[in-house]
Design a protein around this ligand. Structure first.
Ligand code: 4AD
Ligand code: MG
Length: 465
């Protein structure tokens, strides 16, 4: 008999129908007459209750049906007498596919700490919390593709191995096939990269933006969605060394349209979660973060505050004058710390903020320069709990201004000619942004640590699994 998924069995009202279910045992309880098995197969956060009448199936027959075991159960659907469910399965036969030794299976107890679960990341998808997170992760990816596809943006694949540092922050992981125990040297005593796989130094990408711009200035509007790597040694709950980024890039878009897009996009994702993943959100709301659903609803219904950096600094300086204590100093020109961003978002405005027009010194070389000569048209989105969730900007489309900035910042020109050609031939105004997928996941799940919203986190000193 073909298998029925738990999600479908729970929705069914075909009482008396015989079905087959397969999945993993969450708990087993009961008395000497009857056993109750809670079965989960990943199709929903909810378990199907299987009732085993020991007059029909001997208790000995199900001695291996313990927490973590994988089973196949055939039985009839029945209306449930128990609280908390409408449907249950009255078992006719149970086969154990795979045992899970009660003395060894690491997920026996409920309520393990997140730290403990990180150490067994190969098994944590079997917990309720990670099941919910992973189903939401899939749904967010699907929502993102749907959003851009519906707008006519093309999914564009950018290389993971690259020779250019898009953000200019020098946080790249080098890629090499050279033997590090016996590095070939030039006459001058430098590493001889002509002997390396690509004949020059290469790294894992920190952003697909530069290649994305090439595509946007041909296809009109594109987005990337792929792995991104940063060797920043920041052990925070919001940084990963390997994360996923979504980077739309759009020709003929100005700053206001860019902010509109950023706002529409994140609201769409949040609303998608509310509309399609309510069971999982409800679970996370109860178990992880009591304010989660309320916060998601609030964000999908509010208008984001648009705030020039200079005005933001004034608000923060005013707060300091009135006694607010920050760890890092506030002054015009400072790179905002997460405590500053969160003050503006959570305490001052109580809405997400799109901050614009940053000092050029704290932003990347490609941002469009304003007429004041001091600021650039960045448009970062700051979120409650998270801080920066999106980094975006209008791009400098003038060949001369861009080249001047590249020279000023000493960016190696030989790596950038292909990029400058977008400004040399048929240059156009354009803009784009990058959304950190796991930052979105943090917001949507209410999880507290970015290591817990990606299946296998990569952070300093950790590349397990
Ligand atoms: O602000 P960032 O560095 O911007 C860029 O990379 C641009 N090239 C994007 C663009 O305009 N196309 O990074 C964008 C976003 C951040 O706002 C943050 O959400 C996320 O990427 N991010 C990280 N997420 C997890 N771990 C890290 N180490 C991250 N660094 C950035
Ligand atoms: Mg940024």
């Amino acid at each position: 008999m073909s298998r029925t998924k738990v999600v479908d069995a729970l929705k069914s009202s075909e009482y008396g129908k015989q079905i087959t279910v397969k999945g993993w045992v969450r708990t087993r309880r009961g008395n000497k007459n009857v056993g109750f098995i809670a079965l989960n197969d990943g199709s929903t956060i909810k378990n199907l209750q299987i009732v085993v009448d020991f007059a029909k199936i001997s208790e000995d027959n199900i001695k291996d049906v313990t927490t973590g075991a994988c089973i196949c159960a055939v039985g009839t659907l029945a209306q449930s007498q128990g609280a908390g469910q409408t449907v249950e399965l009255q078992a006719e036969s149970i086969e154990v596919y795979g045992k899970a030794d009660v003395n060894e299976y690491p997920l026996q107890k409920k309520g393990h700490t997140m730290e403990y679960l990180r150490d067994i990341a190969h098994l944590r998808p079997r917990t309720n919390t990670f099941g919910a997170v992973l189903r939401l992760r899939h749904n967010m990816a699907y929502a993102i593709h749907t959003f851009f596809h519906n707008k006519g943006y093309y999914y564009f694949h950018t290389p993971l191995i690259t020779a250019s540092d898009c953000e200019g922050a020098g946080q790249m992981f080098q890629v090499t096939t050279l033997n590090l125990d016996n590095i070939p040297k030039t006459k001058e005593g430098k590493v001889d990269y002509s002997k390396d796989f690509f004949g020059k130094p290469t790294s894992l990408t920190v952003s697909g933006q530069l290649e994305g711009e090439l595509a946007a200035t041909a296809l009109g509007a594109i987005y990337t969605f792929g792995p991104t790597f940063r060797a920043e040694n920041s052990n925070t709950p919001r940084h990963l060394a390997e994360f996923w980024m979504i980077e739309p890039e759009i020709a003929f878009m100005d700053k206001t349209e860019l902010m509109d897009l950023e706002e529409e996009f994140v609201k769409y994702c949040v609303k998608w979660a509310l509309d399609n993943c309510y069971d999982d959100l409800e679970f996370l709301n109860n178990m992880i973060d009591k304010g989660l659903i309320e916060r998601l609803k609030a964000v999908s219904n509010t208008t984001f505050k648009r705030l020039p950096y200079t005005d933001g600094i004034k608000i923060l300086e005013e707060a300091v004058k009135n006694g607010k204590k920050f760890e890092y100093p506030v002054y015009w020109g400072c790179d905002l710390a997460s405590e500053h961003e969160r003050y503006l978002v959570e305490e001052h405005f109580k809405t997400p903020v799109i901050m614009t027009d940053y000092p050029k010194e704290i932003k990347a070389f490609y941002m469009k320069q304003n007429a004041d000569g001091k600021t650039v048209q960045g448009t970062d989105v700051l979120f409650p709990q998270i801080g920066e969730i999106i980094g975006g900007s209008v791009r400098e489309e003038s060949y001369d201004k861009l080249l001047a900035r590249i020279t000023e910042l000493n960016i190696p020109m030989k790596d950038m000619t292909w990029y400058l050609d977008t400004r040399k031939y048929g240059s156009c105004p354009h803009a784009g942004f990058g959304l950190g997928f796991e930052r979105l996941m943090l917001f949507v799940t209410g999880m507290q640590n970015i290591r817990d919203v990606i299946p296998f986190p990569r952070t300093p000193n950790n590349a397990e699994f």
